[in-house]
Design a protein around this ligand. Structure first.
Ligand code: HEM
Length: 201
């Protein structure tokens, strides 16, 4: 398969969860049976958040996976995954505003100021934004060395996402702690590479 075909296939696959959710929403609106449970709005927010996190973890693990197992495919197609993270967390925030806040925009500010896990979500969303905007050849050329520096924002962003998820988990910590383990392993792999590069200078 040619790289462009693989890219197209990845885009199609990455659209599937969103399409499936849109289908579920259409079912809810028509009063038809669906998989969203008694609180569909909340289920949609959570599912979109989970997809954002899963794809973000894939992006973050691309470098350590190449280092440890020689898997290059994720690194090669990292840009597509990165843009998918941006789209999914954009939908996650939109669903939160539409379904949970019912478009009461004033409450966003209250929520961000009063609920620390929302503050963390907001911080990570803001930090991830420039990464998506500069995921194109033009920005790579224009920013030069600064492009790499800018993309180090992924570290604080992922930390804030983890706090966002762990903070809201309350009692059921198993899943968030599993995510945290993946993040810590990736941090370890990435610092190994950084250490090697600094030593090699
Ligand atoms: C302005 C930014 C954000 C806001 C306002 C926000 C808000 C929310 C809300 C209201 C929930 C549902 C909480 C509940 O159970 O009632 C949630 C869940 C979640 N969010 Fe966010 N979020 C933001 C950014 C992000 C980002 C950037 C990510 C990941 C890249 C993310 C990942 C998640 C995940 C994984 C969950 C589900 C946790 C679970 O399994 O229960 N969020 N978020």
């Amino acid at each position: 398969m040619k790289p462009a075909q693989i890219q197209l296939l990845l885009v199609a696959l990455l659209c599937l969860p969103a399409l499936s959710l849109f289908w579920q929403i259409a079912q809810v609106l028509q009063g038809l049976p669906n998989d969203l449970g008694p609180d569909p709005g909340k289920a949609i927010v959570i599912e979109l958040g989970q997809w954002s996190l899963w794809i973000l973890l894939l992006v973050f693990s691309a470098t350590p996976l190449r280092q440890w197992f020689g898997w290059r495919s994720l690194v090669v197609h990292r840009r597509v995954f990165g843009i998918a993270v941006f789209c999914y967390y954009g939908l996650h925030i939109t669903a939160y505003v539409v379904f949970l806040l019912e478009l009461h925009f004033k409450e966003i500010v209250e929520d961000v100021l009063q609920r620390p896990y929302i503050t963390m979500g907001m911080l990570s969303a803001v930090l991830l934004m420039p990464l998506a905007w500069t995921s194109n050849d033009y920005s790579v050329r224009r920013l030069g060395r600064n492009w790499k520096r800018l993309h180090r924002l992924i570290y604080p962003a992922i930390l804030f996402v983890m706090i966002h998820v762990i903070w809201m988990a309350r009692s059921d910590l198993l899943q968030p702690l599993f995510y945290l383990l993946i993040v810590l392993l990736c941090f370890a792999g990435r610092s190994q590479e950084l250490f090697r590069r600094v030593k090699g200078r």
